[in-house]
Design a protein around this ligand. Structure first.
Ligand code: 1CP
Length: 344
């Protein structure tokens, strides 16, 4: 059967006259309808674990803007919670987790097979979405990459420089590697279950890949991604995978070949012209408009959007931001971006 969904066509390597478009954090606080549903759910985690409401917020930006893809509403930190870590969100500050810094902390964690009890509402959200999404819209499942999730589990929170994770890696390599291996295995189980529930593509978010250097980047960004992607493709032949090694810089070059990813998502610290020459040569790329344009708008937004579309027009491309849209963004600017991508 000929594939009609534009996102899946780009992921299969097709160069399209108009790139498919979606946006990281497209369901989020910049939208009044999201804020209303989140208030109804009570708090962020209750929203993630309520399939009807999580599906509702996933659908909101699709209804408002007609994006080509919907991303499951959940969070990368649900997986550590399903493995037994405590997780809570402090309003105005962000996530908090029980920390893992000793072998005894690690020994309390469960294995991949026990995650489904906690995560079954997420799979139910996926099933609802496959029923309710328009037929041209692709449903993206996701997980955090092992390194990024480990940085939160080790520190117990988000950190500017991932210092605690780097310290554990230096001081107790065996324990650090065991955490990465456990997350690698559990991520395969988690993403497989999302695919079985109906996700048509999955994305691995390695938001802190940029703080890994040299051999560490190979060992803790590329190797876990390669293992996860190989296992997913063995279980689900043909499932496309987007990898986002954020701020990888020159290590974006060859990342698709090293990991087997079908698409590499780019942050906006690399220029689209450079990325077209050095990264898109290996296949589909996604990105990479600075999310600040969603706040500032104006002619600069239009010019930069056109520049990115043009730079990537010679190969497969999915238009997106370089990182998530922020709560202070103007919803009107999102429409201007979409109109510019689709209308020139
Ligand atoms: O207050 C709120 O309503 C919560 C804000 C929020 C949202 C909307 C958080 C807390 N998570 C999410 C949803 C989310 N998170 C999605 C859903 C789908 C969509 O994009 O629309 C996705 C894919 C994520 C992924 C995620 N969570 C990442 C990777 C991507 C990235 O942004 O780099 C990370 C690092 C997280 C952790 C997290 N969750 C929430 C926050 C504020 C953070 C960052 C914390 C920190 O580093 O301090």
């Amino acid at each position: 059967m000929t594939q009609r969904k534009t996102l899946l066509r780009a992921l299969a390597g097709e160069t399209l006259p108009v790139p498919p478009i979606w946006m990281m954090r497209q369901a989020g606080r910049y939208l009044p309808e999201y804020r209303a549903t989140r208030a109804k759910a009570g708090d962020f985690l209750s929203l993630c674990y309520n399939p009807e409401l999580a599906a509702e917020v996933t659908l909101q930006p699709i209804r408002r803007y007609g994006f080509d893809a919907a991303i499951l509403f959940a969070d990368i930190l649900l997986l550590p919670q399903a493995l037994g870590a405590d997780l809570w969100f402090v309003t105005g500050e962000g996530p908090r987790l029980s920390t893992i810094t000793t072998q005894a902390d690690f020994d309390k964690l469960g294995r991949g097979e026990m995650i489904h009890d906690t995560l079954s509402p997420v799979y139910e959200t996926v099933r609802i979405l496959r029923r309710e999404l328009p037929e041209e819209t692709t449903l993206i499942g996701f997980a955090g990459a092992p390194w990024t999730v480990a940085t939160y589990m080790i520190a117990g929170r988000g950190t500017p420089d991932q210092g605690p994770a780097h310290a554990l890696k230096a001081e107790n390599r065996a324990l650090f590697q065991a955490i990465i291996d456990r997350l690698t295995e559990a991520t395969v189980d988690y993403l497989s279950a999302q695919i079985e529930a109906g996700a048509e593509c999955v994305k691995l978010f390695d938001s802190w890949a940029g703080s890994l250097r040299g051999q560490d980047f190979t060992d803790f960004a590329e190797t876990p991604a390669r293992t996860i992607i190989a296992a997913l493709k063995a279980r689900h032949p043909g499932i496309p995978v987007i990898a986002f090694p954020r701020e990888a810089g020159e290590r974006y070059v060859g990342f698709a070949r090293a990991t087997g990813a079908d698409c590499v998502a780019l942050d906006n610290s690399v220029s689209p012209e450079w990325a077209a020459e050095h990264v898109q040569v290996d296949g589909c790329v996604q990105g990479n408009l600075a999310s600040s344009h969603m706040v500032t708008g104006g002619q600069a937004l239009v010019d930069e959007t056109r520049r990115i579309v043009k730079a990537f027009s010679g190969g497969p491309h999915i238009f997106n931001l370089g990182h998530g849209i922020t709560p202070d963004a103007d919803p009107e600017n999102v429409q201007i971006m979409i109109d510019t991508v689709r209308g020139g």
